[in-house]
Write a protein that binds this ligand. Structure first.
Ligand code: H2B
Length: 96
């Protein structure tokens, strides 16, 4: 199992992920995204879903029309791991 990131590691990783915020507990990171319309938002989710399934790492997320909220944590580890950082990078790559 991937080891949990220390709070220092998490902060360092987030320095390169400016769209993401660390939650107060330090156990998850989150990003809110806004798209042109529902089609664009759901297209984004579909593309991320295919990547997430390949990574065997899945987001906690919700969608309202053109908005998508994404939260990443590693349930198995009880906090943040490199898997969350990798998925955050993938989310950013799909979003741009
Ligand atoms: N996704 C996330 N975000 N955290 C996990 O701990 C996790 C996962 N574990 N996807 C995986 C699947 C695990 O439940 C399966 C059995 O591999």
């Amino acid at each position: 199992m991937a080891p949990m990131l220390t709070i220092e590691d998490a902060r360092q990783a987030l320095a390169e992920l400016p769209h993401w915020t660390l939650d107060a507990s330090g156990k998850s990171i989150a990003r809110d995204l806004r798209f042109a319309d529902f089609n664009a938002a759901f297209g984004f989710m579909t593309r991320v879903a295919l990547i997430a399934e390949k990574m065997d790492h899945h987001p906690e997320w919700s969608n309202v029309y053109n908005r998508v909220s994404v939260r990443l944590t590693t349930h198995d580890a009880g906090g943040l791991t490199q898997k969350d950082i990798a998925l955050a990078r993938a989310v950013d790559a799909v979003a741009t």
